[in-house]
Design a protein around this ligand. Structure first.
Ligand SMILES: Nc1ncnc2c1ncn2[C@@H]1O[C@H](COP(=O)(O)OP(=O)(O)OP(=O)(O)O)[C@@H](O)[C@H]1O
Ligand SMILES: [Mg+2]
Length: 299
């Protein structure tokens, strides 16, 4: 029922948060998309549009935040070829898939890494959690993934603590942890937003290189159309809990259909418009307010 090359198919997904005072907040409304093997799908949209809730629901983590999946399916093709509906899976089975089949990297590595454990121990822990490996085998795997994410001087880094690393290196470590059990799908939720643009570009290069090397699929969440242009094969544009447009990255930029997509693209600086700046800058955040002006830049 899933086309052979599809790893994940989200179908008519609805997610709500209970809200005592008013009616439930429908954070995700009828969202459908699929991701092919080796493909990068970007999920873009303004703050609060439901990107993270969608991603966390694919990981089946939103329920822990009080959300309810009220409709839809999340079909996932496992590495063994089996296709399952993650929505129906009991928590104890879902737990086994996190990290080994799907993993997620968040924006802020400092709050995801444990400050009291070394980098090596944290990657090794991700390995032994899923695989029956000895301590020294897990350490060898940790070293390999650190090299895979191009952390220089990887042997020495294994025994360092998160605070001894730069922000970009910490994000590489987070990606290493996410890769440790070779999931077929990696979700990155604004992984570069907290980084300066030069480091951001390096992380994007890394994600692209890893994809070619290990052929995994990526769901990349961002509000930055510059990042989308760099990384995505296809794009879903989200607005107020719904996907308003899905297309190839080329079509999204050359022939945007929805007014909000056009607003996002018009916020991307024109070639040469940065000529008088010393350093590259982040793109502004776009808020869609059709009742007033279609584009409002807030940062
Ligand atoms: N734990 C929660 N409890 C209640 N409401 C929530 C919770 N998490 C998210 N929401 C609501 O769900 C909606 C979607 O939020 P979500 O975090 O998915 O937005 P986002 O697109 O990821 O935004 P951003 O770009 O700011 O990260 C918002 O209205 C948000 O307030
Ligand atoms: Mg978010």
């Amino acid at each position: 029922m899933l086309p052979d090359d599809v790893i994940l198919a989200v179908e008519d997904l609805e997610v709500s948060f209970a809200n005592q005072a008013q009616k439930p907040l429908r954070a995700v409304r009828g969202v459908s998309f699929n991701i092919a093997r080796g493909e990068t799908l970007a999920l873009v949209g303004e703050s609060g549009s439901g990107k993270s809730v969608t991603a966390m629901t694919v990981m089946r983590l939103t329920e822990h935040d009080g959300a309810r999946i009220t409709a839809g399916r999340i079909m996932m093709r496992l590495k063994n070829g089996q296709v399952i509906d993650l929505v129906k899976l009991p928590e104890k089975h879902v737990e086994k898939l996190r990290g080994s089949e799907i993993s997620i990297v968040f924006q802020d590595p400092m709050s995801s890494l444990n400050p009291v454990f070394t980098v090596g121990d944290q990657i090794a822990e991700a390995v032994t959690h899923h695989q029956n490996k000895t301590k020294s085998e897990a350490r060898a795997i940790a070293l390999n993934v650190l090299k895979l994410v191009r952390v220089p001087d990887a042997i020495r880094r294994l025994d360092q603590y998160p605070h001894q690393l730069s922000g970009g290196m910490r994000q590489r470590v987070m990606i290493a942890i996410a890769l440790a059990c070779r999931p077929s799908l990696m979700i990155l939720d604004e992984p570069t937003t907290a980084l300066d643009v030069t480091i951001q570009a390096q992380i994007l290069d890394l994600v692209r290189a890893l994809q070619t090397e290990i052929g995994m699929s990526v769901l990349f969440i961002t509000h930055d159309m510059g990042v989308v242009a760099e990384i995505a094969d296809r794009v879903c544009v989200m607005l107020k809990g719904e996907i308003v447009e899905t297309n190839s990255v080329h079509e999204i930029f050359s022939n945007p259909k929805h007014a909000y997509t056009r607003a996002l693209i018009s916020a991307v600086p024109r070639l040469g418009s940065m000529a008088d700046r010393d350093a590259p800058e982040k793109f502004p955040l776009v808020v869609y307010e059709p009742a007033r002006s279609p584009v409002k830049e807030i940062g």
